[in-house]
Design a binder for this molecule. Sequence first.
Ligand code: ADP
Ligand code: MG
Length: 297
Amino acid sequence: MSIEVQNITKLYKDQKALNDVSFKVNAAEIVGFLGPNGAGKSTMMKILTTYIEASAGSAVVNGFDITEDKRKVQGSVGYLPEHNPLYTELYVREYLNFNANVYGIAKSRIEEVISLTGLTPEAHKKISQLSKGYRQRVGLANALLHNPDVLILDEPTTGLDPNQLVEIRQLITSIGKEKTVFLSTHIMQEVEAMCDRVIIINKGKIVADKYLKDLRAGQEQIVIVEFDYRVEDAFLLKLPKVKSVKNTHDFIYEITFSTKDDMRSHVFDFAHDNDLKILQLNQKNASLESLFRELTS
Ligand code: ADP
Ligand code: MG
């Protein structure tokens, strides 16, 4: 077990940011901590990384108690805080070197983390000259310096453009092959893209804890399709196993099917038969989406 949280409550004055929270994260899992803004995600992560203390309850990270073995917890955890605080006037290597010195880490590790996080082409630059995506890589490289077993990443993809998003997701997924990753997000698609499991938090309470593969085995799916022209909903409703159709934007439609079989080929055939061009075609996990809406609205 990599993270074991038991009955943690956190009060800020009289406000309960966390209310009797318990969960476990197994080794080598990528777990998404999903919840709307203000749900208590960052608070939980700050407690697990020993930056702040819980008002009640306990937690063990990588076998070490967060109150009794603070140092050992810090030694096993790599943390990327929500507002990744970088010294922007430093060069990438200078920054990593500074932190390596503080924590007594061998210099050779700096080049390792630079290459591991794909920073090599940008490593000679000042942090202030880097894009947001590359700054996040510097934050990840920094979190990986002491080669921790557990990574705690607070909204690692927030504010990235679509290309950066794909790259950072890939990087996190590949890091997750060897390490336990606990990452927070308020965006459901992030969970779909990276995680094995999702723990949903709302108003300081855990409201769901599910494996994505179990959710995917659910009996509903949403296909999002964009045509080059308007289509009557009534036409789309003739598709097999269709449950509902929603025109979400210009020529974009969200089609819900009551089956877990991939229905994209049917949509593709429909477009072909009706001389329509498909501009985008995506599949979405209906069960995660409805679960999240249901539990957090
Ligand atoms: P999330 O990361 O899910 O957006 P947070 O853990 O940051 O949520 O915050 C949970 C709640 O606790 C929010 O209502 C927030 O305003 C409050 N909160 C967070 N940090 C503090 C603090 N240092 N002092 C007082 N209230 C805080
Ligand atoms: Mg937060």
